[in-house]
Design a binder for this molecule. Structure first.
Ligand code: MG
Length: 332
């Protein structure tokens, strides 16, 4: 049986309070699309398309083109046959479909114990800013932090790292995210530094992993590094979409996989993959609004195996809780 839905969409813009600087550059405004599916009984499902093209998803323009060419009435078949070149669209439409079809039973999901059991990793800005940032997050309950590296000269970053690990409390877990910005030699230096800290056992905190040390094209080198050092490596940019995730797994990656549900592709196919291969995952944000965030957190709660903190501690990068989807629709 095919169901029909009324399909509507609105583009949105959301400005970062502090711009996000990574090895990919500076990011000031998050743009995306909110969509709404209404079934024949009037049940509504919300979805969000939040692409990051420089990370491996389609561009916002491609996503908008896809939305514009659809008619106002769409079917299940359309939702489940969105091409793999549009992973953020696959996520947005399918999660809206799920919300609409299961919505009634899950109204209280926000307060459900599953979501509350999730632990969050707080994102620290690159450079010295991190030194003044962690404390507020610690007071808010964060015990895992992620610091961006590969932005400034490695000598400077190693110095800041030294101060950071001296000041962070003992039970902290720290992740280092290079966004593919290190050379092979620099990656070795970071991994060696972290291994040495661990070996000296004077380090009161744990370096949980180094994320995406090398560019996507250097998969074999990362595979090699993952066997040469004690410190774990997580792939992020390398596994942006489900196709890449499957390819890296197939080529032997058994380290950590960072999954960004907002751009990875179809949630149902992600579920299938995670159930089939018991991979070590960290679920992570794409700086989405509350709509995609809820759908992503549901997936994280459902599919996280290892109790690793999820990378959704990013609220402090925005001025206020987003209400943009309410202002996009005037009939709410
Ligand atoms: Mg990352």
């Amino acid at each position: 049986m095919t169901n029909d839905y009324r399909f509507e969409f609105r583009p949105y813009e959301r400005r970062f309070l502090r711009s996000l600087t990574t090895n990919h550059g500076r990011w000031d405004i998050r743009e995306g699309i909110i969509l709404r599916l209404t079934d024949e009984s009037g049940k509504i499902g919300w979805g969000e398309i939040a692409p990051i093209s420089w990370f491996g998803s389609e561009t916002l323009e491609k996503a908008l083109d896809f939305c514009r060419q659809l008619s106002e009435e769409i079917t299940d078949e359309i939702i489940f046959s969105i091409p793999d070149e549009l992973p953020a669209c696959q996520f947005g439409f399918e999660s809206a479909w799920e919300m609409g079809s299961r919505g009634a039973g899950e109204k209280n999901l926000n307060s459900s114990s599953v979501l509350h059991s999730l632990r969050y990793s707080g994102l620290l800005s690159s450079g010295k800013a991190a030194l003044n940032q962690w404390e507020t997050l610690w007071q808010q309950g964060y015990r895992t932090f992620k610091w961006k590296i590969g932005v400034d000269a490695i000598a400077d970053e190693l110095k800041i790292f030294e101060s950071l690990i001296q000041t962070l409390p003992a039970s902290t877990k720290l992740r280092l995210d290079a966004n593919g910005g290190l050379t092979y030699e620099e990656a070795n230096l970071w991994l060696r530094t972290c291994d040495n800290l661990k070996a000296n056992s004077e380090l009161p905190l744990e370096i949980e992993f180094i994320e995406q040390p090398l560019p996507v094209e250097q998969f074999q080198q990362m595979l090699e590094l993952s066997t040469n050092y004690e410190t774990a490596i997580a792939l992020d940019e390398s596994v942006a979409t489900l196709g890449q995730l499957a390819a890296c797994h197939q080529q032997g990656w058994r380290g950590v996989f960072v999954i960004k549900p907002g751009i990875v592709g179809s949630p149902s196919r992600l579920r299938k993959f995670c159930h089939q291969h018991q991979i070590d995952t960290v679920f992570s944000s794409v700086f989405e609004t509350a709509i995609a965030r809820l759908a992503a957190l549901k997936l994280a709660a459902e599919l996280s195996q290892n109790n690793r903190a999820i990378g959704f501690g990013i609220d402090h990068f925005f001025e206020q809780e987003d209400t943009c989807f309410q202002t996009l629709w005037n009939d709410l």
